[in-house]
Ligand binder design. Structure first.
Ligand code: ADP
Length: 259
C-alpha cells in the first residue's frame, strides 16, 4: 500500500512540475507579447503625430488663404476635417499616455490625498462652477504611493463623474475610504447616468465607450489608463452601478512600502 502511495505521489509531483514549467513558458510569452504591443502603441502614436500636425497645419492654411474662394459647403468640409484632426490628436495623445504608464522608474512617496483632491477640484473648477456640482470628502488617509499617477486616477474618475450626469440634476460626488490590514479602498460615488451591469468590465478596455461622441465627448481611453495605473501600483479597480441612479468606482492602494 505504502509503495503504491509513493509512486502515485511521484507521478503527481512530476505532472505538477510539468504544468508549472508550461505555465512559466506561457507567462514569458505573454509578457513578451504585451511588451511588443506596448512598443507598438508607443511607436504608432509617436510617429502619427508628425503627419497629423501636417494635415492640421495645411487645413488651417487652406481656411485662412482660400476661405473667400470657397462656398459654404467648402468651408463646412474644412470644418469637419479640422474637427476630425482634433479628435485624432486626442486619441493619439491618450494612446501615448496609455503606453507610457509604468515605463518610468517607480519610486514611492508619501501622498496626501486631501491635498491631491484640492488639486483635482481646481483642475475641474470651470465645470464644477458651471454645474454647481458638490464634491464631498472626509479626511482622506496619507498613502505611500506615487502622486502624479494617483492624481491622474482621481482626476479621470471625477472628470467622468462630472461628465456622465443627468442634465437636470446637480452633480454630487462623494469620496470615501475603508481600511484593511494591507490596503486602502477608495470609493468615488456619483449621482450620474449610471452604467448597465453588462458593461462593468468593458468600460475599462481601451477605446470602449457607451456613447456617441456628440452625446458625451471622449476617446474611451480614460478608464483604461486609470486601470493600468492602479494595477501598476499593485491595486485593483471595479465599479458598482445602477443605470440612471449613479455609479461608484472603487480602487485599492496597497499599504506595503514595496514600491
Ligand atoms: P471616455 O470618457 O473618454 O469615453 P472612459 O474610458 O473614461 O472614456 O470611460 C469609458 C466609458 O465608461 C464612457 O464612455 C462612459 O460610457 C462610461 N463611464 C465612465 N464613467 C462613468 C460614470 N461615472 N457614469 C456613467 N458612465 C461612465
Amino acid at each position: 500500500g505504502a509503495m503504491m502511495d509513493i509512486t502515485q505521489r511521484k507521478t503527481f509531483e512530476e505532472s505538477l512540475q510539468k504544468l508549472n514549467e508550461r505555465l512559466d513558458i506561457r507567462a514569458k510569452e505573454l509578457a513578451l507579447s504585451n511588451a511588443e504591443l506596448e512598443q507598438f502603441a508607443f511607436v504608432a502614436s509617436h510617429d502619427l503625430q508628425e503627419p497629423l500636425r501636417m494635415v492640421t497645419s495645411f487645413l488651417s492654411q487652406l481656411d485662412r488663404k482660400y476661405t473667400e474662394l470657397l462656398d459654404d459647403k467648402g468651408r463646412q468640409y474644412i470644418h469637419f476635417a479640422v474637427d476630425g484632426a482634433k479628435r485624432m490628436r486626442h486619441i493619439i495623445l491618450d494612446l501615448l499616455e496609455f503606453s507610457r504608464v509604468g515605463r518610468q522608474e517607480i519610486t514611492g512617496e508619501n501622498v496626501d490625498l486631501n491635498n491631491l483632491m484640492e488639486e483635482v477640484i481646481s483642475l475641474h473648477r470651470t465645470v464644477i462652477e458651471e454645474r454647481n456640482a458638490k464634491i464631498h470628502f472626509e479626511m482622506l488617509p496619507p498613502v505611500f504611493s506615487q502622486r502624479a499617477p494617483l492624481l491622474q486616477v482621481f482626476q479621470n474618475i471625477i472628470g467622468n463623474a462630472l461628465k456622465y450626469t443627468h442634465a437636470d440634476v446637480i452633480p454630487e460626488i462623494a469620496i470615501s475610504f475603508t481600511e484593511s490590514i494591507d490596503e486602502w479602498t477608495i470609493a468615488i460615488r456619483d449621482n450620474g447616468i449610471g452604467i448597465d451591469e453588462e458593461y462593468f468590465e468593458k468600460i475599462f478596455v481601451i477605446f470602449q465607450r457607451l456613447h456617441a461622441k456628440d452625446e458625451y465627448e471622449g476617446t474611451g481611453m480614460g478608464l483604461a489608463i486609470v486601470k493600468k495605473i492602479i494595477e501598476n501600483l499593485g491595486g485593483h479597480i471595479w465599479v458598482e452601478s445602477k443605470e440612471s441612479q449613479g455609479s461608484t468606482f472603487f480602487f485599492t492602494i496597497s499599504k506595503a512600502n514595496k514600491i
